[in-house]
Ligand binder design. Structure first.
Ligand code: SAH
Length: 398
């Protein structure tokens, strides 16, 4: 009989519920658990066992989360100590160095996809912005910061909050964890373009790094075009478009702070103000106004926030996606292009395509898929954990 190296509290599954864990899926839902032995606290490391007591995985536990345990290790004899977590961080960073060696801004750690549940680490030049999204990640905060300083020697580490912390029963968190990061936005480079990023108060960790590959992928399509960048945030797509010769770009966003930084980014990259316009408005409303006015564009980028935040609002989210896409299709000239995205994990690529099909029928337009988009490669998807694939998009030619 194999001898256990560590005696952790145990989570014992119901009969027949071990298959996903054996197949290395990291999430163990409360409904799959028969009993928990030795009352582990939130964030504690536990051993997951089949109903017959067979060892399955090591996981972090959270009694307050629907995802009761998150597995991160499938070798019974691995000791989970400080050096274990250091090696996990080191290899996550090494994978980014191998695949995106020259990126100044990139995601270094993408939680479960890197075997580090609940941990997000984004690099912006000399600064790191981190999120501790689960009880386990939160419990390892001090150690993680120490390891990141050891591995990367950053000038500053900032912690940013996320609504997911509430689902895990964690308090809001926004703090400086190391160094003296600036309160002013910092300048980063992405594929040769420069962007101001507000690390302390911007959305998410300050910048949508997940769209970097898609911003670049659209480069061949911008020249001479009259572009609408809807849900523009700080105008990242617009900067790529204008650099690639777009005739004009309208940035549309409901956030005044985002548009202030958008204007700063457009000026920073040296684009003449007669080539762009920023409009603070609700996209649903503004698209209707333009439809009524007969306003047309050659290329529309639709990159809305996550509409589907839970299964409960999936239907509503579906209607939201259909609505903006139907309207956008009406605003495109014949031959126009629609680059349309969904970052809702609950909306699969297949469902999103069906939504677009409905939108095209309602708009009375023929649309052809001429491109597919996914999250940038620094947001990898483990084959054992397909739920990590959340961003999908289509390039449609009208
Ligand atoms: N495309 C951007 C990221 C977009 S994030 C990039 O590449 O950086 C989504 C944006 O939608 C946010 O900036 C948010 O302020 C904006 N937003 C959310 N709901 C909106 C609405 N109803 N109307 C207009 N903008 C909205």
């Amino acid at each position: 009989m194999a001898e256990t190296t560590v005696r952790n509290p145990s989570v014992i599954l119901k009969p027949g519920r071990e298959k996903p864990v054996r197949q290395r899926h990291p999430w163990i839902f409360s409904g799959a658990i028969a009993r928990v032995e030795a009352a582990p606290i939130a964030g504690a490391v536990v051993d997951v066992r089949a109903h017959d007591g067979r060892w399955l995985a090591r996981a972090e536990y959270n009694p307050r989360s629907q995802i009761r345990a998150r597995a991160f290790c499938w070798d019974e004899h691995t000791v989970v100590d400080e050096s274990f977590w250091l090696e996990r961080l080191r290899s996550a960073i090494a994978r980014r160095d191998a695949i995106l060696p020259h990126a100044e801004a990139r995601r270094l750690v993408f939680a479960e996809s890197d075997g580090l549940p609940g941990l997000v680490v984004d690099q912006y030049g000399r600064y790191l912005v981190v999120q501790f999204l689960t009880a386990g990640a939160d419990a390892r905060k001090t150690m993680t910061v120490r390891h990141l300083i050891h591995l990367l020697d950053p000038a500053g580490i900032i912690e940013r909050d996320d609504p997911m912390r509430r689902k895990e029963g964690l308090p809001p968190a926004d703090a400086v964890l190391h160094g003296h990061p600036p309160t002013e936005p910092v300048v980063i480079q992405e594929n040769g373009h420069r962007f101001l990023v507000d690390l302390r108060a911007g959305q998410k960790t300050g910048f949508y790094l997940d769209q970097a590959a898609n911003r670049a992928a659209l480069t061949p399509h911008y020249a001479g075009k009259d572009v609408l960048n809807a849900f523009s945030y700080t105008a990242a797509f617009a900067v790529y478009a204008l650099a690639a010769g777009a005739a004009h770009v309208v940035n549309l966003d409901a956030s005044r702070e985002a548009l202030a930084l958008a204007e700063a980014n457009l000026r920073l990259n040296g684009f003449s103000p007669d080539r762009w316009q920023n409009i603070e408005a609700d996209v649903f409303r503004q698209l209707r106004i333009w439809r009524d006015e007969g306003r047309q564009f050659d290329l529309i980028i639709l990159d809305p926030p996550k509409f589907a935040t839970s299964r409960g609002n999936l239907q509503r989210a579906t209607r939201g996606y259909k609505d903006i896409n139907w309207l956008a299709m009406r605003l495109l000239r014949p031959g126009g292009l629609l680059a349309t995205f969904s970052c809702s994990g609950l909306v699969s690529e297949d469902l999103f395509q069906k939504i677009l099909f409905g939108a095209a029928l309602d708009a009375g337009r023929d649309a052809r898929i001429v491109g597919h988009f996914h999250q940038s490669p620094d947001h990898p998807v483990l084959l054992t954990f397909p739920e990590a694939a959340y961003l999908k998009g289509f390039l449609l030619q009208m």
